[in-house]
Ligand binder design. Structure first.
Ligand SMILES: [Zn+2]
Length: 120
């Protein structure tokens, strides 16, 4: 099963159909950047090519709106790095923190390309 590798994010491809899951970049420098951003020291040192082909994915909720190159938010710009994380993860920066309570009520329906982010 494809699931998000961000700490405290429980999204997976079965339950969260409206959201895209992205492979790690195959390029070493960018892959390292993602790992650092994710705060997953356990993954560091794994070869970028291996990560790219591994089961690890990062869901679209961790990318700023500007990081997407398509309206459907299923494509990332080349330089995109995950920057949005659940407060419980203990690292940031956090975006949309003020809206967390409101957004909890909102369903993320398949095909919907707008916010809300941050339902981790
Ligand atoms: Zn996620």
């Amino acid at each position: 099963m494809v699931k998000c590798s961000v700490k405290f994010c429980n999204r997976n491809a079965n339950n969260d159909m409206g959201i895209s899951f992205f492979r790690f970049p195959a390029e070493t420098a960018r892959c390292d950047e993602w790992m650092r951003a994710l705060g997953r020291p356990d993954l560091q040192g794994i070869h970028a090519d291996k990560m790219h082909h591994s089961k690890y994915r990062v869901c679209g909720a961790h990318f700023h709106q500007n990081s997407f190159s398509s309206m459907l938010m299923n494509r990332l710009k080349k330089e995109a790095v995950p920057i949005i994380f659940p407060p419980a993860a203990g690292y940031g920066p956090f975006f949309g923190e003020d809206n967390v309570e409101e957004n909890k009520q909102t369903e993320f329906s398949p095909g919907e390309c707008n916010l809300p982010f941050f339902q981790c």
